[in-house]
Every structure is written in structure tokens, then in C-alpha cells.
Design a protein around this ligand. Structure first.
Ligand code: CP3
Length: 361
């Protein structure tokens, strides 16, 4: 995207957020850092809240969602806060019931298997998700001033990408081989296209609420897109994902587009026009950046399981990533995927400290 001058003119530069500036590939004093799943079960503060509230209660109660978001960002000392929410929240206003079962993850009770079910999905009730916007307003109010180092904390809103959300709708939960998803994708072009179109409509509306509430950047999670060949990604997903990203950028914010196991998909993912592409840890950061090309930022890409390594090994991995980025504008330090339960909090904090120490640009 060539949108940088517009965003600078719109005032993001004036807010002095090194995270937002890095998303636009503008020079920064040091590499910004935040972490996927930075608020989660590895953190005692989150577990204390979780003891009294279900995951969906936390997501749907703006006071609690804001508290969990703020606590994680402040405890870790990161440069951006991602709103506490979940990828599957838009299913409810679309008319698809789901729940989170302990140990199993999300379960959709009547998975989508027919064109009739796709026709029945609603796209006109996105306003029912306004609790996410209200949580973002609280986070934005909390972080409205500059921090001790003069930097403005970035606020990240997010939504799923059409393929990854469709996979949950169709499989009914997490999946290994995406058989039902690919069956529908290959066998009923009209139904697949309609599903993609409906998801884009809902997701643009959801992102708009988040931007209006104060999100500085929108991250689009295409977590499971790595299950696709490049040919299938181009044929079935590139157009709707590009449409989503263009329409979110038109709201006036940069877009980070993230997936896992994407080494071979990176050039095609870049064609969506995303400002930043998220890299998982399987590809060296410089190789991944080369694959997405100049003109695009990258976010990543420490293996989240490296957080279990002895500190000398972990520190070497952090330095390796910063060296691969080479201080070029447009790198946001992150993990290659989310922090897992059981991760030592002190190792997460160490990584943040090392990036602050070694990430000077
Ligand atoms: O700090 C943050 O990262 C913000 C919170 C956040 C959650 N979900 C809360 C959550 C974010 C960004 C998400 C996005 C999300 N949700 C993704 C994409 C991120 C990724 O990892 O690629 C996906 C695939 C989902 C769907 C989802 N939600 C699954 C598959 C699961 C169960 C698996 C698991 O990790 O347990 C969830 C549950 C969930 N969402 C948890 C949290 C903190 C853990 C469960 C809990 O607290 O009870």
C-alpha cells in the first residue's frame, strides 16, 4: 500500500506512536514490540479474572475486557495493546451459535454444510458487537496520554480473515485437515463466494466499530490459511481477503495481515495490499521480508516455544531476529504465533527488555 503520507497527514505521526509509525514503515527510535496472546492463560492476573468469568463473559463485558487488555500491556511493558476479544464473536450476530468448551476450544453447534445455511447467515446485525468498541474506548481513554518514554501506546483492534472464520463455521471447531471446508470450497463456487462475501460485509462493519472507538491499527488473523496451496489461496481466498483489507484501510488505519505456516504463501498474501504481514517462526525474518517485498512491513517472528528455553538461548534468538531485520523501518517485533499456557512470565518480560535494549534503529 502506498498510503503512508495520508496516514501521516491524518495525525498518526502527531500521536508519536512508534508502533503505528512502524506499521507505516516510518523511521522509529527503536523496534516496537507486542506479543500475540499477550493477555492469556500463562498470566496469573488473567487466570484470576478467568476464575470468576467465562471467556465469553470477559469478551462481552467492556469493563473486564478493558481491564484484562490494560493489565497485560502494562505488566509486560509492550508498545501496543490488543483488545481482549475473540475471532468467533461475529458468529453470534450472523446467527451461528457457538461456545467454548474447556480443553476443547470453540464448538459451533450446527456447522455450515449447505448453501441454504449460507443463505440464512445474517449480515445486518453487526451493531450487536458494539461491546468490543466500548471496551476499546475504555482502553483508549486509559492510554490517552504519552507514557514515561514519551511514546503513545498503540491500540490494536482485530478480526478474523474470511478463510479462517469459514473454517470454524464449516468444521464446527478446530481442525487438522479442513476436509469439510475444502469440500465446500472445491464443490460449490457460488456458495463459497457468497460465504466469503457475507463474512467480508460483517468484518468490515466490525472493524469500523473498532476504528471509530479508537483502534489505531487492525490486525486480520488468517491463522489457518497455511493449510492452503498457493493455487487454492489465489483462486478461493485472495480476492475476498484483498477486498476486506482495502475496505479496512479505507477506514484510515494500517492493516496487519497474519497467518501461520505461510512461507510459500507470503508473496500472494502481500498482494492483498496489507501494510504489514505477520511471519511465523519457520521462515527466517529476512527471508520472509524478501518474500513479501520492499513496500511492506513485517511483524514477528520468535518461536513462542523459545520462551521455555534457558535465557541465554532465548536472548540469542531475539538478537538473531533483530539482526535479520537490520534496523530497517517497518519491523514490529512479535512472536510467530500466540503465547501458550505455561509460558514463564519472566521470560516474556525479558524478551520485551531485550528488544528495548538491542532494538535501537
Ligand atoms: O491478548 C490477546 O491476544 C487478545 C485475545 C485473543 C483471544 N483470542 C482470547 C482467547 C485473541 C487475539 C484471539 C484471537 C483468536 N481466537 C484466534 C487467532 C489467534 C491465533 O492464535 O492465531 C483464534 C484462532 C481464535 C479462536 C479460539 N479462541 C480458539 C481456537 C480458542 C481455543 C484454543 C486455546 O488457545 O485455548 C480460543 C480461546 C481463547 N481466546 C483463549 C483466549 C485467551 C483461551 C481460552 C480461555 O481463556 O478460556
Amino acid at each position: 500500500s502506498e498510503a503512508s503520507p495520508e496516514f501521516a497527514a491524518a495525525g498518526t505521526e502527531a500521536r508519536g506512536s512508534r508502533f503505528v509509525r512502524a506499521c507505516l514503515r516510518l523511521p522509529v527510535d527503536r523496534t516496537p514490540i507486542w506479543l500475540l496472546r499477550q493477555a492469556g492463560r500463562y498470566m496469573p492476573e488473567y487466570m484470576a479474572v478467568r476464575k470468576h468469568h467465562s471467556l465469553l463473559d470477559i469478551c462481552r463485558t467492556p469493563e473486564i475486557a478493558a481491564e484484562v487488555t490494560i493489565t497485560a500491556a502494562e505488566r509486560l511493558g509492550v508498545d501496543a495493546a490488543i483488545i481482549f476479544a475473540d475471532l468467533l464473536l461475529p458468529f453470534t450476530p450472523m446467527g451461528l451459535d457457538f461456545e467454548f468448551l474447556a480443553g476443547e476450544g470453540p464448538v459451533v453447534h450446527s456447522p455450515i454444510r449447505t448453501a441454504e445455511q449460507i443463505h440464512a447467515l445474517r449480515t445486518d446485525r453487526v451493531d450487536e458487537l458494539s461491546y468490543v468498541g466500548r471496551a476499546i474506548e475504555k482502553v483508549a481513554a486509559h492510554f490517552s496520554g504519552p507514557r514515561a518514554d514519551g511514546d503513545q501506546l498503540g491500540i490494536i483492534g482485530f478480526c478474523g480473515a474470511p478463510f479462517t472464520l469459514a473454517s470454524y463455521m464449516i468444521e464446527g471447531g478446530s481442525s487438522r485437515n479442513y476436509i469439510e471446508t475444502k469440500k465446500l470450497m472445491y464443490s460449490d463456487n457460488a456458495a463459497w463466494s457468497l460465504l466469503m462475501e457475507k463474512l467480508v460485509t460483517v468484518l468490515v462493519g466490525f472493524a469500523q466499530q473498532q476504528v471509530e472507538a479508537g483502534a489505531d491499527v487492525i490486525q486480520i488473523f488468517d491463522s489457518w490459511v497455511g493449510a492452503l496451496s498457493v493455487t487454492d489461496y489465489r483462486q478461493y481466498c485472495l480476492a475476498p481477503t484483498t477486498e476486506l483489507i482495502k475496505r479496512v484501510q479505507a477506514l484510515g488505519v494500517p492493516v496487519i495481515y497474519f497467518g501461520v505456516d505461510t512461507a510459500s504463501l507470503l508473496p500472494a498474501m502481500r498482494e492483498t495490499g496489507a501494510d504489514v504481514v505477520g511471519l511465523d517462526w519457520r521462515v527466517p525474518l529476512d527471508v520472509g521480508w524478501k518474500a513479501v517485498g520492499e513496500g511492506c512491513g513485517v511483524q514477528g517472528n520468535l518461536d513462542p516455544i523459545a520462551l521455555f528455553a534457558p535465557h541465554d538461548v532465548l536472548e540469542a534468538r531475539v538478537r538473531e531476529i533483530l539482526a535479520a531485520a537490520g534496523g530497517r523501518p517497518g519491523h514490529i517485533f512479535n512472536l510467530g504465533h500466540g503465547i501458550v499456557p505455561g509460558t514463564p512470565v519472566e521470560s516474556v518480560i525479558k524478551v520485551v527488555e531485550w528488544v528495548k535494549e538491542y532494538g535501537t534503529q
